[in-house]
Design a protein. Structure first.
Ligand SMILES: [Zn+2]
Length: 101
């Protein structure tokens, strides 16, 4: 990670270890044991979803886990077909994605 100071009073900028995007200090999170490793909020959300999916696979089948699994599977199907990039339906899908677990 390279951290760049952008001036007095402005947050430092660092590269996300996941996607490589330059992110300001208030738009990233660091690992607890390795604070030098930072990811942007978008990648942190993605990692959280992946972790939740693994936890759901290990847990006894609950209604909540089943619904979440259905959402994850639907998300992967949509992405594999590139529907999120379509003009009208893509906008709706991206809006919906921001509100789903
Ligand atoms: Zn990122």
């Amino acid at each position: 990670m390279t951290e760049t100071s952008v001036g007095d009073g402005e947050p430092a900028v660092a590269g996300c270890w996941c996607c490589g995007a330059e992110v300001a200090d208030d738009e990233r999170v660091a690992l607890g044991g390795h604070p030098e490793v930072v990811v942007c909020l978008r990648c942190a959300k993605w990692l959280g979803r992946r972790a939740q999916r693994l936890l759901d696979e290990r847990a006894a089948l609950s209604l909540t886990a089943a619904v979440r699994r259905r959402v994850f599977d639907s998300r992967e199907t949509i992405i594999s077909h590139g529907l999120q990039r379509r003009p009208v339906i893509g906008r709706v899908l991206r809006w919906l994605d921001r509100r789903l677990p």
